[in-house]
Write a protein that binds this ligand. Sequence first.
Ligand code: GRF
Length: 195
Amino acid sequence: MSRKRVAVLISGRGSNMTALIAAAKRADYPAEIALVVSNRPDAGGLATAQHEGIATEVVDHKPFGKDRAAFENAIQAVLERHRIDIVCLAGFMRILTGDFVNRWYGRMLNIHPALLPAFKGLDTHRRALDAGVAEHGATVHLVVPDMDSGPILLQGSVIVRPGDTETDLAARVLAVEHRIYPEALKMLAEGRFAP
Ligand code: GRF
């Protein structure tokens, strides 16, 4: 079976992108990272991807102003040009419209740094500490128009320790993210997840 062509969409450092690239180097992995797209020209992950010999594209959202559809059309054109099968959002900090999301339904994943449905949105680690939860973690899910919703493929949890700071917790959850995102992409690429 031919390997699925994956685009990773980033806005920043791209450590999840790096984990996906590392996993996809295995000969038996069912997907290849064919493209990295950033909406920010200064995203640190772009240099990492280039160093790995992966095609990169910048689709800066700024010139599009409030015209989300035009921004997404530009992204769609890039994805089509690179014959992309699956999109992985990895710290991509733009909200996508229902039209774009529905077009990719079943073929677009996101990773969220919390045990969904708890703590949707931003500042998840601080909010988890404030809430006093005993367990926290990360979730990989299919993207649907509602933010941080959608069928869950995998979750991984960590114990919240007494005295944990936001930074401590973020680091432990990030290690979980780097483990579960490649595993979830593998599931999707092998057709082992049917929502
Ligand atoms: C991760 O915590 C991810 O869960 C969230 O944004 C962060 C991106 O980090 N969606 P990185 O760019 O993958 O290092």
